[in-house]
Design a protein around this ligand. Structure first.
Ligand SMILES: [Zn+2]
Length: 391
């Protein structure tokens, strides 16, 4: 028990030191101690261990400082990296290499419609990774892990993917396949959980966060009291089949009528404009939708009101259930969210006024970046969150 406690304290202190330095160019041990409220001795000892692993490197301070110049420490951004795979859209593989400061060093997107099984996709991804390694000029790179965004639930019981909105991944043992191919820690999750973890990594003062992601499907990731809610099987917090959608629409997954995802998903939203050709790839259909929704007319106003109200209704359910400090909206919907906002807030004003009055923070996150870059950075944050290098 005591040993576990000590290891736990060491892990927590190490993480605190890493968090303090993560987005800084460099800091002295004294500055890290002051900023993290840890003792100088603790910072010094753990920093030395991190230096021995090449996770921290010395950087010299500028000459102009007078007197004795203490060494400044920096995170070894060139050598410690993460691999990010975006498998959320059908027939597409997004691949990126991201350093621990969330800088994307390399990214590519591939049409994988010729690949027929998850095994073939993993072999292809490994080939792309090997080619990257040959071209990367830094030697002895270390990868803290590979993060994979999937449009599915990762079943914690058997490690397979379930409830996938892209059929090829249904029941696929993706984590095992990637572990064998890449020989590094693998983190597989849906984008809503990745988004919630990413927000938590950046704003650790907020311990209760709800993240609602609307992309290929609608997903929710929730941090409650500092922990990601996963549930017994890993299925939490699935909201796709909450029956607040159009009762005339049948859900293609569960067969019921009125599931919210039949409307709040890229396919569901593009359906409002039947003139958008169904045979186009989803992303192209979505881009056409964004163009059309920008036109000002009665039809677009009706669609905006419907989508704004629906996101507001789902938002109020989540806010009232989880009482978060921060509520984030992410995914492709962020690019049109400014239009939906008045109707979204109308629902919140009516149904969760108390949370609003108590300072609930509501924001769209990552909307300034192209969506796949959001995913890559979120995956890097999730891998970083799970990384305990000295334990
Ligand atoms: Zn359903």
């Amino acid at each position: 028990m005591l040993i576990n406690d000590l290891l736990d304290i060491k892990a927590k202190n190490t993480k605190l030191i890493l968090n303090t330095l993560r987005f800084q160019p460099s800091l002295t041990k004294k500055e890290i101690a002051d900023l993290s409220s840890l003792s100088f001795a603790t910072v010094s000892n753990l920093s030395n261990e991190l230096k021995a692993m090449d996770i921290f490197v010395d950087t010299k301070l500028e000459e102009k400082r007078v007197g004795r110049n203490p060494n400044s420490l920096a995170l070894n951004q060139a050598q410690y990296l993460t691999v990010a795979l975006d498998l959320q859209l059908e027939n597409t593989l997004g691949f990126a290499i991201v350093n621990l400061q969330d800088t994307i060093l390399h990214q590519e997107s591939f049409d994988i419609s010729s690949l027929n099984t998850p095994e073939e996709i993993v072999v292809f991804a490994k080939k792309v990774f090997d080619e990257f390694l040959l071209s990367y000029p830094v030697e002895n790179t270390r990868f803290i892990g590979i993060g994979v965004a999937v449009p599915a639930v990762f079943d914690a019981n058997d490690g397979n993917l379930v409830l996938s909105s892209v059929p090829i991944y249904e029941n696929a043992p993706l984590k095992d396949l990637l572990s064998q191919a890449f020989s590094m820690p693998v983190y597989v999750d849906n984008i809503a959980n990745i988004c919630a973890l990413s927000a938590y990594t950046k704003h650790q003062d907020a311990k209760n966060i709800v993240c609602m992601d609307i992309s290929q499907g609608v997903g929710v990731g929730i941090i409650a009291n500092g922990n990601l809610i996963r549930g017994k099987n890993g299925y939490a917090t699935e909201v796709a089949h909450v029956p607040i959608g159009d009762p005339a629409l049948q859900c293609r997954y569960c067969g019921c009528y009125g599931c919210v995802e039949t409307e709040l998903s890229l396919t569901g939203m593009t359906r409002y404009f039947p003139e958008i050709p169904n045979e186009l790839p989803l992303l192209e259909r979505w881009n056409l939708f964004v163009e059309k929704i920008s036109e000002s007319n009665e039809k677009t106003e009706h669609i905006i009101k419907r989508l704004g109200t629906l996101t507001g209704q789902l938002g109020t359910i989540l806010i009232n259930m989880f009482d978060p400090e921060a509520f984030y909206i992410s995914g492709y919907i962020s690019s049109i969210f400014d239009k939906l906002e008045p109707y979204f807030y109308k629902e919140l004003e009516a149904r969760c006024k108390m949370s609003l009055n108590r300072g609930l923070k509501i924001d769209t996150i990552w909307h300034e970046l192209p969506s796949n870059e959001q995913v890559y950075k979120g995956l890097c944050d999730a891998l970083y969150d799970l990384w305990y290098p000295l334990n």
